[in-house]
Design a binder for this molecule. Sequence first.
Ligand SMILES: [Zn+2]
Length: 248
Amino acid sequence: MFSLALYPSNLAIRRGVARLLSGVLIICAALSGRIAASAPADWFPDPPTLRHYVWSFQPCLGCVEYAAPPDWRRMAALAGLQTVRFIHSPDDNFGPAYSAAPDVIVLTPSALKLEACQLAFVIGHEIVHIAQRHFDEDANALSVYSGKPGDWTVLGEDAMQLSEGNFGLALRLSHLWQAQEQEADWVGALLAAQASGCSIESGALAYFRQEIEAGGGVAAAHAPSMERIRQLLPFTDSAKRLVELEPR
Ligand SMILES: [Zn+2]
């Protein structure tokens, strides 16, 4: 599961450990397989070429399907995805939104209260995690770091379980998680620009600023959002250009 709210540095480690140790998150049985692909936008980064695992998702308690507006579907198409399942969760335990392999984005009541462009950024961020196969990236890395042969399992959940109770292994992956979050931020912000007409300012930066304002004055809690803002500023002009394009 990839959550937008908690990143980077020590928070990424904490998030990662929680993510890996909490039963790998919500993901368990039933629906599985690979997500269908369509042609992505020409600017969209190529997904990594790595082994694809089989993933399954068990709907969370009280969760229901959520009818996505057209611009969220456009973001998925720009990312090369034909299908993303949107689910509404009644609780905010994992932050405003998170993604779960293979193709699920879970939204909470707090996400749906966000301004439209802030929410578009949040959705774009989670779509990037799915399109860039960050789950497979994690499963591959855990297998390699654990010395497993390449064909030891086809199940992504099996690979994720390798880190259970293994804090050192989770720490070894922390650099990867931070890189994934950075990628989800800038690519997600550009998806929101082209599909929803949202500038970096009205989407990502506004989202992080309201996080800072809600931080309760604890300076340490502000640093991650400030860092994310700094990392997004170089993409401001690219987002402006995409905003001017016809929505696809
Ligand atoms: Zn994320």
